[in-house]
Every structure is written in structure tokens, then in C-alpha cells.
Ligand binder design. Structure first.
Ligand code: ADP
Length: 783
């Protein structure tokens, strides 16, 4: 280890410099003092001698005596003279100079003797010192003579030089020795320890981070070494940390690389100039390369897809400029063999650590197959659309046909209803007339049979009509305040005769329901009667139990539950499911045994659903069945209506109060005309008859009637039109006009009312129905 101008050399140089400066200054000072003292001593001797001469304590002649003067001065006397006032030498150490003018003597300067010159002065020569003194006359102070004494200073000079020489030599020696000493001591105290430290540092630098500098002393250097040691320790820890971080980073990088590598998509990333910075192997494969690094630095213009490069670059630029991703767009890509792939690409801006956009990251999926499939699908879709359109056209034709058929069906039902009701009306009417005319008990029983058969037929017609109207969504409930208990009792009494005939007991197990409920009493009765009738029909022994209770109740309504249990034949489980379907009976043999149409349960369930409930059955074959249905009945608000007072039969009331009224009856069917006339003849023996609407209007314009009964269906002019015209006649508002009709749908009633009629009387109804309707109409009119 060599120290070129190392620390010690510098210290040594410093020491030498300081010593040189110190010794130089000190030496110079002492030499100067010493020589100045020597000079002064010489000069004072010179002055003393001169003074003694001028004061004549010594004779002037002494100047000529060299040895004497030399002794007096203690210095070699070189020359001396006395120059008189005349300017000539009057006494001289050198006899040759005697009597010579002063200016001719070598080494004499006559300016020394000028009046202006000082009375005494020293003149320093090279190796000489000359003292010049003026001697004046005491009287007028005129110059009498001048003394000049010159001594040699060569010896003094030589003495001075030797002192300087020896001083310098001594100092130099001292300096060298002291410097060497300092260096040696510093070497011992500092350099070795520094060298040792440096050696350790070198080893640390080479990687031996476990090395430590041995610290021998606690001085400043020792502290420095301690500092270096602890720094090394910290460095080691720091390096360990860094190594770990680097390891982690490496692992993460590898993981990331592996993720990118194994992701089943193409990944690439480019710099701000759209140069590839990296990609995964899948992407490299698309570009026709084996390894991702082969792409680095290339652009899309270097790729097989250079024909698409401009578009790709435009996208890159747009993404980088906006800083927002462009996601999931389809684009084509040319393959190395010239084919075309379809890609679903996403590009996102690549951000640097300072959040500035430094490039673009892209991923894409090869959707060529998907696109092909989608195209195929699109073709199919178009085909399908075409097919659907064709089908829709066909369907709309079919729908029109169906609608037409539906209209036809409704018309058929209306007609059928009318056509069956009309003869039924005649049958019932005739039977009624026969009964009124007085019959034997046997004939009365026969007439009862006619009634029962007709009622049955009427029931069937009504059932068919109900069902078709429910299915056509035309069915409307007639909601009014009702009494559930009364309905139950009513039904029980209706089946009472039949049950009694079979020896069955009829039981009622009703919990009281809240009073004042709203519902369609007719339809509830109908539904319950269906069950009760069936129960009697399919039970040979035992009983039929009718129940009514509230299954649920809230502030607004009650869900009433009606049940009819029997001890009859029951129903096999496999039949239960279909039971409530239209025309469904347990088996066709039951039709032969029990009769029936299979409509009752279907209607009951539909009615129950219309009323916000449902219907069902639980049954055990051989043991009996329980049929149930529920209906939501709203609670009535306000005051209950006053109960109608019990009254005599309408027919009797009419006879008593309205016997004198004039009546017009219009009906095209002579049988019906006859029956109606005969029925009403007890009250009104005389009435005008018309065979159609035209005749009716004609009669009404000529006469004033109180009551006009119009058949709905008549040739030439129907009842509706006739009513309308009658109402337009003068005084036409007065009469009570009632329709006679076998068509009892709500829309028929509406039609009648719109035409100005007051109400309608259904044909084929109970014999007392017309009286009740007429009485009710008259009373309403009177009000
Ligand atoms: P119908 O009684 O007019 O045939 P329903 O719809 O009222 O039509 O009844 C359908 C079928 O359900 C009946 O034919 C019968 O097979 C069965 N059924 C109905 N009620 C009972 C009952 N209480 N016990 C046994 N079977 C019944």
C-alpha cells in the first residue's frame, strides 16, 4: 500500500511548511537584531572617536595612526582624513592624500561637506562604513574642518553570513528530524489503523459484508471505525432487504409472465410509437414467430398483417390520446399464410409510474369460429323471420277464421237458446194453463212431470250458456247484499224432496258468518246446489251435510267456504284431477246409471274462481266425498236496507189494483201469443194483439196503452225497433213497455233498456214471473 500524497505526507508537508515559516521568521528576526546591534556598536564607537577628536580630547593627528584608531574602534580602520575649510586634506591616514583637494581623493564625496549637509552622517559602502563630521567655529559657526573616518565592515558581513548559514542549517536539520518524528508517530497512531480499516472496507466492498474493523481505541478514529462497522451492518441488512425485494419482484415478474403466457388469449403491449415491447407466445404464433422476444421492437408494418397496420395504429393512437380503453370490438387480422382471422380486441392505455400514458396494452380472442357461427345464425334468423312472417300471415288468416267461427258460435248459442226456450215456453205455458183450468190429481202429477222435465231441460240450457259466457269472459256477477244462511237453507230445502225420496238425511253445520256480505246470491246458490244435487244423486244411504263458514276474514272481506259432504260412492283418486273439467264424468257408465252432462262441477269451479275463490274435492271411494268451494265476499258498508214487507201474490195485487189497465201484446208466434194472453186473462180479460212490430207501432199510435208487451224476435220489425218508435210517438213515454224474450243475456237486457223499454220478462220462466215483472215495472213507473 503506497500513499501518494497520502494523509501522512500531507501532514509532514504541513509540519515542514509551518516549521520553515516559523524558523524563517524567527531566524530572520534574531539575525536582524544581532547585526543591527553589531552595526550600532560600530557606529557608536565611530561617533565616540569622532566626538573626542572634534572636542579635541584626542588630537586630530590621531587619524593618521591606523593601529591606534583600529584599537579605539575595535574594527579594522581602512582610511581617515581631515579636510580643512579650504577643501584640502590636512590630516590623512594615507600620506599620499595629504594636501590634495578633497574631490580628488577616491571614495570622497564633496557633497558631504556642503553647508546643507548634516553635521554628522554615516555613509554605508559595500564593505565599508564612513562617518563624516563637521567642526564649526564657536564664534560664527563657520565650518573649520571636516573629519572622515572609514572602517571595513567586511568582517562583520562575513560574521553575519556565517550566522545565517549556521542558523539555516540547524533549522533545516531540526525541521527534518521533527517532521520525521511526527510522521513516524502519525504512522503508528493513524495510518496503520486506517490501512487496516481500508483493507476491511475493501473486503466489504468485494462482498464480505460480515467483515468488521477491529477497534483498538475509542478516539476519533475509533469512533469513525465504529461508525463504519455499524454502517456496514446496516448496509448488510439493507442489502438483505433489497435481495428479498428483488427475489419477490422476480417471483412476481415470473408469475405475471406465466399468467400472460398461459392466459388463453392473445396479449401484447406496445410503446408510444406502436412498437412491440412484448407479447405472449400465442400472439407471437399468430404473427408467425416462435418466441415473443422475436417481435420486440417491430411494428405492425413488419407483420403479416401489414395491410391492417394503419387501422391498428389509428386505434393505438386513439386509445393513447384519450387515455380511455376501447373494448370488445371485432376486427380482421391477416395470418402469415394469407388467411383472415376475426378478433375480438380490447385496447387499454398503458400507464407509467407517473400515471402518464406510455403505450398501449392489447388483448384479443380469436372469434373467427364464433363469427362464422353468428353469421350462420343470422342467416337462419333471417330465414326464421321469413318463416315467422309467413306463419303469422297464415295465423292471422286462421285467427280471422276463428273469430268468425266464434261469432258464429255465439250466434248459434243465442239461437239455440232462443229456439229451445220458445217451445219450452209454450210447453210450460200450456201445462200451466191446463193446470189452471182444473185437473184430476193424476193429471196434476202428469203435469208436474212435464214441469220437472222442462225445468231440467232449462237447467241444461242455462248451464251451457253459463259456461260459454264464462269462457268468453262475458260473464258478469250480479253483486248485492246477501244472506249466506238463507242460501244454505234454500239449497237444503231444494234438495229436500229428492233426499227424502232416497231416505237420506240432510244436515246443516254452519258457523255464523259476518252479517251483511256482498255477493251474487244466485250464483252462490247455483254452485252449492250443484254440489248438493250431486251428493244426493251419488249417495244411496246415509246423509248429505252442507256446511258454510268463514275460512279467512279481514277488514274488507270474508273468504266463505262451502262444503257438501256425502256418504255416497266416492271417487277414485285417479279421477279426481279431471273432475272439474268440462264434460268430465268419472266414467261413461255413470252417465248411463246417473245421467248428467258433466258440466256442473266445471261451472262451479269457474264460478268460484270468478268470485275470488276456488273449488275442489276430497273423496274416499265407497265412503263418500266432500266437495268444497270458496268465494270472497266483501263486507257491506252503510245501513242495511229495510226488509221488504211480505206481500200477497203479484197476480192478486195486479188484479186488485191494476185490473182496468189497457194492454197491448205483440208476438209473432200464435202459441206464445195465446199462452201469454191466457196467462194474463185473469187480470186483464181484454187485450189488443199485434203479430209484429209494425202492427204494434201502428196500434200504439192510435190507442193509449198502459202496458205494452213486445216479443223481441218478430218478422218485419223486432221488439227493439218497435219500442224505440213507440217511445217517439206523442204520449209514447207513458206506457210501461216490457220485452218478452227467450234471450236472457245481460246484453239483451241492456239493448232493451237502450231502446226505451222498462224491463224484460224471460220466457220459459216460472208462471208467476210475468206478474212479478209487470207489478215491479208499474210500481217503478209510478215512482
Ligand atoms: P253431472 O253430475 O251432470 O254428470 P258434474 O260435473 O256435476 O256433472 O259431475 C261430474 C261427475 O263427477 C259426475 O258424473 C260423477 O261421476 C262425479 N261426481 C260428482 N259429484 C259426486 C259425488 N258427490 N259423489 C261421487 N261422484 C260424484
Amino acid at each position: 500500500m503506497t500513499f501518494r500524497f497520502g494523509l501522512i505526507s500531507r501532514i509532514a508537508l504541513l509540519v515542514v511548511g509551518i516549521e520553515v515559516a516559523a524558523f524563517g521568521a524567527l531566524g530572520w528576526f534574531y539575525i536582524d537584531r544581532y547585526t543591527a546591534a553589531a552595526d550600532e556598536r560600530l557606529r557608536s564607537r565611530l561617533r565616540l572617536v569622532e566626538t573626542m577628536i572634534t572636542r579635541e580630547e584626542l588630537p586630530v593627528s590621531v587619524i593618521s595612526r591606523k593601529e591606534l584608531v583600529s584599537d579605539l574602534l575595535g574594527a579594522p580602520y581602512v582610511d581617515g582624513m581631515v579636510v580643512g575649510g579650504s577643501g584640502r586634506v590636512i590630516v590623512a591616514a594615507d600620506p599620499l592624500n595629504l594636501g590634495r583637494p578633497a574631490q580628488d581623493v577616491a571614495g570622497i564625496d564633496v557633497r558631504w561637506f556642503a553647508d546643507a549637509a548634516p553635521n554628522h552622517q554615516f555613509v554605508q559602502g559595500r564593505d565599508t562604513l564612513t562617518s563624516v563630521a563637521h567642526v564649526h567655529r564657536t564664534t560664527d559657526m563657520a565650518a573649520v574642518y571636516f573629519t572622515v573616518l572609514t572602517i571595513s565592515t567586511a568582517e562583520l558581513q562575513a560574521q553575519k553570513r556565517s550566522i545565517v548559514l549556521w542558523g539555516e542549517a540547524g533549522s533545516l536539520l531540526f525541521i527534518l528530524l521533527s517532521s520525521a518524528g511526527v510522521v513516524l508517530v502519525a504512522q503508528r497512531l493513524i495510518t496503520r489503523r486506517i490501512h487496516a480499516s481500508v483493507a476491511v472496507l475493501k473486503r466489504v466492498e468485494e462482498g464480505a459484508l460480515g467483515e468488521r474493523i477491529p477497534v483498538a481505541s475509542d478516539d476519533e478514529l475509533g469512533q469513525l471505525q465504529h461508525g463504519i462497522n455499524s454502517m456496514t451492518e446496516k448496509l448488510a441488512a439493507l442489502l438483505e432487504q433489497q435481495r428479498q425485494a428483488t427475489d419477490d419482484l422476480q417471483k412476481q415478474t415470473e408469475l405475471l409472465q406465466s399468467v400472460i403466457e398461459h392466459a388463453p388469449i392473445r396479449v401484447f403491449w406496445k410503446d408510444g410509437d406502436s412498437r412491440y415491447l412484448g407479447c405472449n407466445t400465442l400472439f407471437a404464433g399468430d404473427a408467425g414467430f416462435d418466441r415473443p422476444d422475436e417481435l420486440i421492437g417491430k411494428t405492425d408494418f413488419d407483420m403479416a398483417w401489414r395491410d391492417q397496420a394503419a387501422r391498428y395504429r389509428a386505434d393505438d393512437r386513439a386509445v393513447m390520446a384519450s387515455g380511455t380503453p376501447k373494448l370488445d370490438f371485432d376486427e380482421p387480422q391477416t395470418t402469415p399464410d394469407g388467411g383472415t382471422l376475426w378478433l375480438r380486441t380490447s385496447k387499454v392505455p398503458l400507464l407509467g409510474t407517473d400515471r402518464r400514458v406510455i403505450g398501449v396494452l392489447g388483448i384479443y380472442d380469436d372469434v373467427t369460429q364464433r363469427k362464422r357461427d353468428a353469421d350462420e345464425l343470422e342467416r337462419h334468423r333471417e330465414h326464421l323471420e321469413q318463416m315467422v312472417e309467413e306463419r303469422t300471415n297464415e295465423l292471422s288468416v286462421a285467427k280471422e277464421a276463428a273469430e268468425a267461427a266464434n261469432v258464429a258460435k255465439s250466434a248459434f248459442l243465442a239461437n239455440m237458446s232462443h229456439e229451445i226456450r220458445t217451445p219450452l215456453h209454450a210447453i210450460l205455458g200450456m201445462a200451466n194453463l191446463i193446470r189452471r183450468s182444473g185437473v184430476t190429481p193424476a193429471q196434476a202429477t202428469q203435469l208436474d212431470r212435464i214441469d220437472v222435465a222442462s225445468e231440467h231441460l232449462l237447467g241444461i240450457i242455462n248451464a251451457i250458456l253459463d259456461l260459454s259466457r264464462i269462457e268468453a269472459d262475458k260473464f258478469a256477477l250480479n253483486v248485492a247484499e246477501l244472506n249466506v244462511g238463507a242460501i244454505v237453507n234454500n239449497v237444503c230445502s231444494m234438495i229436500g224432496d229428492a233426499a227424502q225420496a232416497k231416505g237420506l238425511r240432510v244436515l246443516v253445520e254452519s258457523d255464523p258468518l259476518p252479517p251483511r256480505l256482498l255477493g251474487d246470491a244466485t250464483r252462490l246458490r247455483q254452485a252449492l246446489l250443484n254440489y248438493a244435487g250431486n251428493a244426493v244423486k251419488f249417495t244411496e244411504r246415509g246423509s248429505v251435510t252442507v256446511r258454510a263458514r268463514a275460512a279467512q276474514e279481514d277488514a274488507e272481506a270474508v273468504l266463505a267456504r262451502f262444503e257438501v259432504s256425502d256418504t255416497g260412492i266416492g271417487i277414485a283418486p285417479e279421477h279426481v284431477a279431471q273432475l272439474f273439467n268440462v264434460f268430465e264424468q268419472v266414467d261413461s257408465s255413470s252417465t248411463r246409471q246417473f245421467g248428467g252432462t258433466g258440466l256442473g262441477l266445471a261451472i262451479t269451479r269457474r264460478l268460484a274462481r270468478l268470485m275470488g275463490g276456488d273449488a275442489g274435492v276430497t273423496s274416499t271411494p265407497g265412503a263418500g266425498s266432500t266437495f268444497w268451494f270458496t268465494a270472497r265476499l266483501a263486507k257491506a258498508a252503510g245501513h242495511p236496507p229495510a226488509p221488504a214487507p211480505r206481500e200477497a201474490e203479484p197476480e192478486a195485487v195486479l188484479k186488485r189494483d191494476y185490473g182496468g189497465l189497457r194492454i197491448l201484446l205483440a208476438d209473432d208466434d200464435p202459441d206464445n201469443r195465446y199462452i201469454t194472453q191466457a196467462l194474463l186473462s185473469d187480470v186483464w180479460p181484454k187485450m189488443d194483439l199485434a203479430a209484429d212490430g209494425v202492427e204494434a207501432v201502428e196500434l200504439a199510435s192510435r190507442n193509449r196503452y198502459d202496458i205494452i208487451l213486445l216479443d223481441m224476435r218478430m218478422p218485419r220489425m223486432d221488439g227493439i225497433e218497435a219500442a224505440r218508435r213507440i217511445r217517439e210517438l206523442p204520449g209514447g213515454k207513458e206506457p210501461l213497455i216490457l220485452a218478452l224474450t227467450a234471450n236472457v243475456f245481460p246484453e239483451n237486457r241492456r239493448q232493451c233498456l237502450e231502446a226505451g223499454m222498462d224491463d224484460l220478462i224471460p220466457k220459459a220462466a216460472k208462471a208467476e214471473a210475468p206478474f212479478a215483472a209487470i207489478l215491479e215495472g208499474l210500481r217503478r213507473k209510478a215512482r
